[in-house]
Design a protein around this ligand. Structure first.
Ligand code: F6R
Length: 609
């Protein structure tokens, strides 16, 4: 998730671009760059690190010009470096491109371009766009961009400039956001509204497959076949800047909860090949090496540990490989039994958690192959592991993990399917049907988020609680644990999670009318057992909040509140069941007046032991 800004108008483009990028820095911040249409052609300036590094250079050596594009990067392909920073240029240096998104077929496009003499200088997926535009350009920049985007698989928001068109920025998008702020004699292209609010509140929302030619006086939008779109979507923004940075949401946490469909979709993108094979080259193992794996060890902390617990069920069920899951801080000091036939999976959204990094070193010293799952390209875990699977959730600002958790689970579904394919434990038909259902999970989450009836009311009833219990069975256990963690960390209500069948061996003593019990009661082979556990606590006066499947009428007889999720197969219910619990914690914490984005005593990356 990167930030893009483009400007055409009477001001110094560099001022508008840097100001706009500062408003978008929440979208990514490992490097930044601008391309300005100067008198002598396209001038590109890029710097590694935060935006201030770029601003400093431009302050000391200004690049005058009223047209340009800028970018702040959140690396997806290629480590953070000046060479990989955007804008990227073509062979002639007359074309420059900024991009947000993921181009899935960039490897084959790179090969094709290299074979026809293009010289690519970065490790990014984006650079192919500049060279494709170069190869299709015959005098009409918008037409060249239209032909280029027709060649791209994946997601993109693009800003393109060409020295032959010094008064124009061309913008295009598919599955990545892009808007155009419409000013008086000036127009501003941006990934998000905060970047344009200083200049205008009138916004054109570019739609998928549309290409816009933006000049100071007009914006012409064309569809994929080059026809002018007569009625592009226009809107007037009435949010203030603070609200706009949060996309109109009250907090980053709520925004990030709502970003989950995109985060999951992006993480799954490109993972199923046309041949029905799961694409996971990051594993970098031959089928023979995978067959030799006799154990998987997952290490992680906090929320990531809960994702690891979900993965245990998936990998054991699908690939029939025994899985151990352990918190990294225990693993590293426990003299664990790991060897060269063990695959160690280190899950860490930040990639910087000290205990997990120490666990990675420990495992590698013992000969294990270590695969990291992380959300941050170039983070330390990526340098210390044998392979990396990225979640593509975009930066998470709220300290409590939400979209990174569900994106981790999405990545783990892919890993489990890949291992099952390599081991031959699932038939091709089963893999296909699981993949189809998995691909639908973003829509399922969208449906949950579109129907929050009852959630706020339910939360309002429990704002005064001092203690709570979360229960689940099977895959519902880690989901209950994650629900309890979310509630305690952002609302400061004590929350304990238990395997529902274990509850009667102790925690049942805690049950009173004042202790709400949240139960993961989605449909599955232990559903009846879960209902029995509900009855046990209910008989002791507990109030039940059940997360249950649409159409399950029985549950209403056993619970004070039912938070509904669409039906999925049991093994795929982990993500849908998580979402109502995130929202429940959120609304309880808000009603208690808590700062949900920065809960007390917590940090986004825990770089100390
Ligand atoms: C909870 C939370 C933490 C992290 C934990 C591990 O909402 O965010 O429990 O999950 O500190 O962090 P990572 O995943 O960065 O290793």
């Amino acid at each position: 998730m990167c930030g893009i800004v483009g400007y055409v108008g009477p001001r110094q483009a560099s001022d508008v671009l840097l100001g706009g990028l500062a408003r978008l820095e929440y979208r990514g911040y490992d490097s930044a760059g601008v391309a300005i249409m100067a008198e002598d052609g396209v001038r590109v300036v890029r710097r590694l690190g935060k935006l201030v590094n770029l601003s400093g250079v431009i302050e000391s050596e200004p690049v005058p010009g009223g047209v340009g594009i800028g970018h702040t990067r959140w690396a997806t392909h290629g480590r953070p470096s000046e060479e990989n920073a955007h804008p990227h240029a073509d062979c002639t240096g007359r074309i420059a491109v900024v991009h947000n998104g993921i181009i899935e077929n960039y490897v084959e496009l790179r090969e094709e371009l290299a074979a026809t003499g293009h010289v690519l200088r970065s490790e990014t997926d984006t650079e192919v766009v500049a060279h494709l535009v170069e190869s299709y350009y015959t005098g009409d920049l918008a037409a060249a961009v239209t032909r280029t985007v027709a060649r791209l698989d994946g997601s993109y928001a693009l800003g393109v400039v060409h020295a032959d068109h010094p008064d124009t920025v061309v913008a295009a998008r598919k599955d990545s956001p892009l808007i155009i702020g419409l000013g008086e004699g000036e127009n501003i292209v941006a990934s998000d509204i905060p970047a344009v609010l200083e200049y205008t509140r009138d916004v054109l929302v570019l739609h998928d497959d549309q290409v816009a030619t933006v000049s100071a006086g007009e914006v012409v939008v064309r569809d994929g076949s080059g026809e002018v779109v007569a009625d592009p979507e226009l809107m007037r923004v009435d949010w203030d800047l603070d609200a706009a940075e949060k996309g109109g949401y009250e907090d980053f946490m709520l925004k990030e909860i709502f970003e989950q469909p995109t985060a999951i979709r992006e993480t799954l993108r490109g993972r199923m090949g046309e041949d029905g094979e799961i694409q996971l080259s990051e594993l970098d193992m031959t089928p023979e090496q995978v067959t030799a794996i006799d154990r998987v060890f997952i290490i992680a902390c906090g929320t990531s540990y809960h994702a690891g617990m979900v993965a245990k069920t998936l990998i054991e069920q699908w690939a029939r490989i025994p899985v151990e899951v352990e918190v990294s801080s225990e693993f590293r000091y426990r003299d664990p039994i790991v060897d060269d036939e063990t695959l160690v999976v280190a899950i860490t959204q930040s990639g910087e958690t000290a205990d997990t990094l120490a666990g990675v070193r420990e495992a590698r010293e013992r000969g294990a192959k270590v695969i990291a799952i992380t959300n941050v390209v170039g983070s330390r875990v990526t340098r210390e592991s044998d392979g990396v699977i990225y979640t593509h959730a975009g930066p998470e600002i709220g300290v409590a993990a939400t979209k990174t958790f569900t994106a981790q689970i999405a990545a783990l579904y892919v890993l489990a399917l890949k291992l099952a394919q390599a081991k031959g434990t699932l038939s091709d038909e089963r893999v296909e049907s699981l993949w189809l259902e998995l691909s639908n999970i973003p829509d399922v989450v969208e449906a949950i988020l579109a129907d929050l009836d009852g959630l706020k009311e339910c939360a309002a009833e429990y704002t005064a609680a001092c203690s709570s219990l979360f229960l689940g069975r099977g895959i519902g256990v880690p989901i209950a644990m994650e629900g309890a963690l979310k509630l305690k960390e952002i609302s400061y209500i004590h929350a304990e999670a238990y395997a529902a069948g274990e509850m009667k061996h102790g925690p049942i003593a805690l049950i009173t009318e004042e202790v709400p019990v949240v139960v993961v009661a989605t449909q599955g082979h232990t559903y009846e057992k879960v209902v029995s556990n509900i009855q046990e606590v209910r008989a002791r006066g507990a109030h039940i909040i059940a997360v249950a499947t649409h159409g399950d009428d029985e549950i209403t007889r056993h619970a004070e509140h039912v938070l509904r999720v669409p039906a999925t197969s049991e093994v795929l219910s982990a993500i849908p069941a998580t979402v109502p619990m995130q929202l429940l914690s959120y609304y309880i914490a808000k009603a208690r007046g808590c700062n949900v984005d920065q809960p007390r005593n917590l940090a986004k990356s825990v770089t100390v032991e």
